[in-house]
Design a protein. Sequence first.
Length: 297
Amino acid sequence: MIYSVKPDISLREAAGIFLRGLIMGGSDIVPGVSGGTMAFITGIYGRLVHAIASVRPHTLIRLLRGDIQGFKEDVLAADPIFLIILLAGIGSAALLMSRAILHILDTYPGEAFGFFLGIIVASAILIAIQIKSVKKSAIIFIGAGLGVGYLMGSLPPGSFGHSLPMIFATGMIALCAMILPGISGAYLTLILGQYEYLLQAIKDVSLPEIITFIAGGALGILLFSRALRYLLDHYTAILLAFLTGLMLGSTRTLFERIGEAGGFTPEVFVTCMTGVIMIAAVEQMRRRKRDSVLHKK
């Protein structure tokens, strides 16, 4: 679908975009929930992908060369008003949710990590269902993902430190996850031991950490989005197999955090099942939206 970029947006449309940003931001900050899925359900995924794809390095090169007209054309092609309003909604939700999640992690750590565990396991199963091939290579890459995830899960929280270069690298990895099916950037920050630290940075509006994380994500998308898209198009089964194993193997982190909080109490089990049910509900909404789009075509 080709999207025509509007030079201006009505107040009603702006409110709708901001609300979708709130939904995406609230989802992105919960490990295991994909903001990209929410963008699809709320009907802006195509426009968002088109806008992101229009952000290219040569735009900055044009500005440096003094090609002001070309620079303006590139900026307008990226649907800037839409992106600014959407990012404002995402940022507002992140600011509000960071406070709530930090409070829950401090007060009910076992239940919180149980909820995350349910979400991750359910998401991994959904990714596995998408694997069309049962060849030996797929099984091998599931095993490889399990191994990598398990090793990453063995690292104690904060073992990578919280330096700005580490936050930059985390941003590169986490925000690239937006274009991968079912992968949550927030969960990757949790695996890398940066989740609570970044939540606190958002809560405190600590600009050095926030700007560094976003800059890393922007560079990651510019550098790796095409490579990841190529892998998805040509090695789908292998990539999905590795992602399935990675997510399941890295749940070691969640099991250990639950154990530190007192183990699998009935309350933790309930929140775990709540996470599974929530992902099942989101997937059902996604499929209905997909079927609706296909029916219109």
